[in-house]
Design a protein around this ligand. Sequence first.
Ligand SMILES: Cc1ncc(COP(=O)(O)O)c(C=O)c1O
Length: 294
Amino acid sequence: MPSFTFIAVTQAAQWNRYRPWFIDIDPHTWQTSPDAAREILEDHRDHIAGIVLPNALGVGSPHIDEWERLSQEWDLPIVIDSAAGFGSKYADSTPLGSRGSCEIFSFHSTKPFGIGEGGALVSLSRPLIETTHDFQNFGFNESKICYTLGLNGKMSEIAASIGRRQLEDFDSRLNDRGETFKIYREALSDAGMSFQPNAENSSHFCASICAETHEQKLNIRESLTAHRVQSRDYYNPPLHLHDYFRLNPTQAKVGTLKATEQVCSRIISLPIHDQMDPENRDRVISAVLKGLDS
Ligand SMILES: Cc1ncc(COP(=O)(O)O)c(C=O)c1O
């Protein structure tokens, strides 16, 4: 798994008694690098239980075919963390949700399809769906007999009804967010900001850009704050630099993470929301451009 992601996947692996092995991302796509995985597999296959592959920032990984080939070649399951990617598409225009052993979406309120808390596991494997379904319902079978260990992971009725309502105009909200993304990209690419490949096909929980240097990033973020624009820098710090891993080196194995650290030092996540007022879009753009001039 990469270090360039959110802590939840790492913790899920650890609760299942696996030890994370952080590998690097591709510097151009900001997605987990299949080459980095291959390098480890060639020498350490016996120590690897599976692949955790995030679709970084909710953007469908352009390397997905290569990952699936790798998983077949090395006989390893791939759990795809598509947390922010409900509504996003892979580069071939297929929606996220049908690749790997399963894909998992988050419906947390920070996501375009936000229902409060909750999510969904999607898979082409019926046994996996059935086992997961029973697990999140106390390990009951259809006759309400507990046959395996489970817990209460059910979605609440209130969250589910918010989700059903959200589905009604979800496509038009996605188009609207896509418009804002296009406007940002047109205005900022010429100024030297780079964007993630295939981000145009994503659901845009935010719009992440990479400045050319760390200093530029700091100036841009300062300017955004001065213009009353809240920005973030997902996923900085990368996981291996959080105290839990930094101070407890036995908790994870850490590969060479040069691209991860470089992208983290330059990344800025700009706000996108539904029906964004053109004046607010302009304020974001002009704050970035002013930051570049300082
Ligand atoms: C990449 C990634 N994985 C997992 C999660 C956790 O999702 P949830 O908050 O629904 O548990 C998030 C949340 O932001 C995320 O960004």
